[in-house]
Design a protein around this ligand. Structure first.
Ligand SMILES: Nc1ncnc2c1ncn2[C@@H]1O[C@H](COP(=O)(O)OP(=O)(O)O)[C@@H](O)[C@H]1O
Ligand SMILES: [Mg+2]
Length: 231
């Protein structure tokens, strides 16, 4: 087993990240100089009131858009000025996303949903993909539901499929935006415990935007976002 505690290169570093949005001709400053450095095998919560910029931050950290200014460094490589192609590749290979709404393909079975990111990456044979999907599904407690259509699963189970899908390409970084926002207490706890365990066992760095204070307390770090900065 790798000792992730001995690895000191941050998975994600953001420096002085600024971003604004245009609405109806008005420019609103959303992020006003965010800094973060996240090591492997660490779980970090981002908390703050609705509308403070948590989702915007995860979106930019996930290379889905470019910040207006500042740096995003992924696994030691500056991504801010990388080409679109490089950024897409980095996103597919190194980042997994989990959202409040799972965005599974309802008519596809659970295994097929988990395999989708692997198909994009094109590194494994179909047999290897299926076997990896089965392992991931077992990890999230759904080993026996692999052949079920996604829409037949409960909300909590669907979110666990979404976790397995986020892990499909063994990402270094997992970005989770209100991953338990749609779930009851018992399922929220279960999802959170799974995230914590996989981070510890496999070294994923995890950023979780949440307004669940109890859940945030269990993370390795808590960053409070207010008026576009971490306080
Ligand atoms: N596409 C958009 N166009 C205009 N304003 C937006 C857009 N997305 C988000 N915002 C605004 O940006 C701010 C930050 O939003 P968001 O990052 O979603 O906050 P949070 O996730 O913390 O609730 C809010 O004031 C929101 O209204
Ligand atoms: Mg949000």
């Amino acid at each position: 087993m790798i000792d992730y505690k001995s690895i000191n290169t941050p998975v994600l570093q953001c420096t002085d990240m600024k971003h604004s949005l245009n609405t109806n001709g008005n420019t609103i400053s959303i992020l006003r100089g965010l800094n973060i450095s996240l090591l492997p095998a660490k779980v970090c919560a981002i908390v703050g009131p609705s509308g403070c910029g948590k989702s915007t931050f995860l979106f930019l950290a996930g290379l889905l858009d470019r910040p207006e200014s500042g740096e995003v460094v992924l696994r030691g490589k500056t991504m801010t000025h990388a080409s679109d192609r490089e950024r897409t590749q980095a996103r597919n290979n190194f980042i997994g996303f989990i959202f409040q709404f799972h965005f599974l393909l309802p008519e596809f079975n659970v295994t097929e949903n988990v395999i989708l990111p692997m198909l994009k990456q094109r590194k494994l044979s179909i047999t290897e993909m299926k076997s990896k999907a089965q392992n991931l599904l077992t990890d999230v407690g759904l080993g026996d539901k692999a052949d079920r259509p996604a829409h037949q699963l409960s909300g909590g189970e669907q979110q666990r499929v979404a976790i397995a899908r986020a892990l499909a390409n063994s990402p270094s970084l997992i970005l989770a935006d209100e991953p338990t926002g749609n779930l009851d207490l018992k399922n929220s706890d279960r999802i959170f415990n799974i995230l914590q365990r996989i981070s510890r066992d496999k070294g994923h760095a995890i950023l979780i935007a949440t307004h669940n204070a109890e859940l945030a307390q269990k993370c390795d770090y808590i960053l409070h976002m207010q008026d576009g900065v971490f306080i």
